[in-house]
Write a protein that binds this ligand. Structure first.
Ligand SMILES: [Zn+2]
Length: 294
C-alpha cells in the first residue's frame, strides 16, 4: 500500500468509528428522552365512582381513563368506535361486573387488557339475579380498596409500596366518611324510600333505610300502569312525602305521578362526576344530605 493509500484507509476507519459513535450517542440520548412516558401505566374504569376510587389508590402514578361520560347511565350506554380507539392502549379495565358495565368487554377486546370486575371482592345482595350497585355502600368499597392496590401492583410493581400506602390512607378516610354519612342520616325525616331505579339496596343496608318502591324497575323503561298503582299504595302505606329521581335517567313520567300524589321530588345520584359530586366521597355525602333534607 502507498503512503497516500494508507492515510486514506486510516481516514476511512476513523470516519466509520465517528459514524458509529454518533449513532450510539444519538440512540442513548433519544431513548433517554422517549422511554419514560411509555413506562407509565394507564388503566380504564367503567363508571365515575370506580375511576375516582382507583385514582385515590393509584395517586398520580397511573393514568385513569373514565369510559362512561358523567351524566350518562351505564344501563343505556353504547360504546362509540372513537372512544374505543382512544382506550386501545390501557393495561387494565376496572369494572363493576354483574352485567351493569358489560360494555367493558368491548374495550377489552380492542385493547387486549384484562377486565378486573370488582364484584368479586365483596358479597353481593342476590335474589335470583345479583344487585350490582355495591359501590353505593362505603363499607363495601372499603372491602375492595386493598385489592385494587394489589391489582395495580401487578401492572406497575415498582410502585407497589405507594399503592399499598395510598390504599391504607384512603380506607382511613372512607371509614371517617362512613361515620359522617351515618351522622347525617340521623336527620332523615323518613327511613322508607321510593327511589327511581333499583340501585339503592346497598346504601339502604349501610344506613338502616328501607327501599319500599322503585319507579323504574327496568332502568330507562317507563313504569307500567300496574306498577304505578302499586307505588300509589306504598306512598299511602309508608306516609311517603318525597320520591327521588336520578340525573342520568329521563324523569318525564315522574311528573304526573308526583302531581297526583302530592309528593315532592328529591335527587339521588348513583354515579356523580358532575357539579358538587366530583369525588366518590362527595357523591356519598351528597346522597346522605338528599335523604336527610327536611
Ligand atoms: Zn343502576
Amino acid at each position: 500500500m502507498t503512503d497516500v493509500g494508507h492515510k486514506r484507509a486510516i481516514g476511512f476507519v476513523l470516519g466509520l468509528i465517528m459514524v458509529v459513535l454518533i449513532i450510539v450517542i444519538a440512540g442513548a440520548v433519544s431513548s433517554r428522552v422517549i422511554e419514560p412516558p411509555s413506562d407509565r401505566v394507564s388503566v380504564a374504569a367503567t363508571i365515575f365512582p370506580v375511576a375516582d376510587i382507583v385514582s385515590q389508590v393509584a395517586g398520580d402514578l397511573v393514568d385513569v381513563e373514565l369510559i362512561l361520560d358523567p351524566g350518562a347511565s351505564p344501563h343505556t350506554f353504547e360504546l362509540t368506535p372513537r372512544k374505543a380507539t382512544r382506550l386501545s392502549n390501557v393495561d387494565r379495565i376496572f369494572a363493576i361486573g354483574q352485567g351493569v358495565d358489560a360494555w367493558a368487554m368491548q374495550v377489552a377486546s380492542i385493547s387486549d387488557a384484562d377486565v378486573v370486575e370488582l364484584d368479586q371482592y365483596t358479597t353481593l345482595i342476590c335474589e335470583g339475579t345479583c344487585d350490582p350497585h355495591f359501590w353505593l355502600s362505603i363499607p363495601r368499597v372499603i372491602e375492595l380498596v386493598d385489592d385494587i392496590a394489589i391489582e395495580l401492583a401487578t401492572i406497575d410493581p415498582d410502585h407497589a409500596d405507594t399503592f399499598t400506602k395510598n390504599a391504607k390512607n384512603y380506607i382511613a378516610e372512607l371509614t371517617d366518611v362512613h361515620r359522617t354519612v351515618d351522622n347525617i342520616m340521623l336527620d332523615a325525616p323518613s327511613r322508607d324510600l321510593i327511589v327511581f331505579h333499583d340501585s339503592w339496596n346497598y346504601f339502604a343496608e349501610a344506613y338502616g333505610l328501607k327501599i319500599r318502591g322503585t319507579f323504574e324497575p327496568s332502568p330507562g323503561r317507563e313504569p307500567s300502569p300496574k306498577s304505578l298503582a302499586e307505588l300509589e299504595d306504598l306512598v299511602t302505606e309508608y306516609s311517603i312525602n318525597r320520591v327521588y329521581k336520578e340525573p342520568q335517567l329521563s324523569d318525564k313520567t315522574l311528573e304526573p305521578f308526583v302531581n297526583d300524589q302530592d309528593v315532592e321530588i328529591g335527587i339521588l345520584d348513583p354515579l356523580g362526576g358532575v357539579e358538587d359530586r366530583t369525588s366518590y366521597i362527595d357523591l356519598m355525602i351528597y346522597n346522605a344530605h338528599a335523604i336527610a333534607a327536611p
